[in-house]
Design a protein around this ligand. Structure first.
Ligand code: PMP
Length: 357
């Protein structure tokens, strides 16, 4: 009696908790309450733990959707090649999905990105092609090179993450619904930085539509690193400036309104720019106070969520994205020399974490 009962539980357990392969493990990430920062603001600040995706970043979701889209449109057939221009995380997600489905993977990447991401991509079997980091308007930009290469090959597809709205759909169908369910529909704002804009647009649209259905309001905000033009575009009512300067953050910041972002940008409540000095301090604070080892875009998102919570006043719930882990950037973010080369300082009580020369 007892034995058969146990067997039933076991069988139930294995079917209910297993997933199909790499792609089945994408999504359903926890929402982490950032305790110290929540206490400081008198609000609840929640970070969606996207670093827990099987490929290690928020971009696993988009990688799966752009590949599924190409398969459904019969642009990608068995044994084919996926080509993409990426700062790294989309490429890492694509390389994993390609391995799991038997595709080849070619990645064009600006040569300003961390060595950790390049090494990982190569270890995942991707053909990585670092190219000079030039503006989108330049035909030698990594995206245009990726497109041209895909067009020159048989059975190859350029997944076009910036302007392919299958990327936004990933977040509209997964990230948004997960956040709504995890908060019980009880959140006041969502804020994050954008690279392609897929995470912000898809998540914000789902939350906005769901809130409207229930007579609620969920604000959505964009957070920009220095050098990105989106904050000034939004706050000036649509003036697109030239991209000037840069940031220590990787994978975020934009010089144009991508197709992915264009679907939602007019619905945003506002935007802000977060200086690198604040993002780097938050990398260390998250480690020191929350035990979270996260990259600079996650830290920027958390600074932005903290500022928004302060602006909105106490008692609110603000959600943001914890995009990936610091492992992808550690020889930069935790190096004394690298920080000095960027003119960045970490407050004295956090300097004990700077362990690399
Ligand atoms: N953070 C990191 C580390 C990223 O690599 C990216 C994507 N390039 C983002 C944030 C932004 O995501 P999205 O492309 O959906 O705007």
């Amino acid at each position: 009696m007892l034995l058969s009962h146990l067997r039933v539980i076991r069988r139930g357990f294995s079917t209910a908790s297993s997933v199909n392969g790499f792609t089945g493990a994408i999504g359903n990430t926890p929402l982490i309450k950032l305790e110290k920062l929540s206490k400081e603001t008198g609000s609840v600040i929640l970070g969606k733990a996207e670093f827990q995706n099987p490929g290690g970043s928020v971009k696993d979701r988009a990688a799966l959707y752009v590949i599924k889209d190409a398969e459904e449109k019969r642009l990608l057939k068995p044994g084919g090649t996926v080509v993409e221009g990426t700062a790294g995380n989309t490429g890492i997600g694509l390389a994993h999905v390609c391995r799991s489905r038997g595709y080849k993977c070619v990645i064009y990447m600006p040569n300003t990105q961390s060595q950790e991401k390049i090494d990982l991509l190569r270890m995942l079997g991707a053909d990585v092609r670092p190219v000079p980091a030039v503006a989108f308007q330049n035909p030698e930009n990594y995206n245009h090179q990726a497109k041209r290469f895909a067009e020159s090959q048989p059975n190859a597809v350029w997944t076009d993450q910036f302007d392919n709205i299958a990327n936004t759909r990933a977040h509209y169908e997964t990230t948004g619904p997960e956040i709504w369910e995890q908060t019980g529909g009880s959140l006041d704002a969502f804020i994050c930085a954008t690279g392609t804009g897929g995470t912000l647009a898809g998540t914000a649209r789902y939350l906005r539509e769901q809130a409207t259905k229930e007579n609620k309001v969920v604000e959505s905000w964009l957070a920009d690193p220095p050098g990105s033009v989106l904050h000034s575009y939004i706050s000036s009512g649509g003036k697109l400036l030239e991209r000037a300067g840069g940031s220590i953050t990787e994978g975020i910041g934009q010089g144009r309104v991508t197709q992915n972002l264009s679907t939602e940008i007019s619905h945003l409540s506002g935007s802000m720019t977060i200086p690198d000095s604040q993002s780097i301090e938050m990398v260390y604070r998250l480690l020191d106070e929350e035990g979270l080892y996260l990259g600079a875009s996650s830290a920027l998102n958390v600074v932005a969520a903290y500022q928004l919570a302060k602006e909105m006043g106490p008692g609110k719930t603000v959600v943001t994205i914890l995009c990936d882990g610091a492992y992808r950037y550690q020889t930069r973010l935790f190096s004394r020399k690298w920080l000095a080369s960027k003119g960045l300082e970490v407050p004295p009580h956090l300097r004990k974490y700077i362990v690399l020369e």
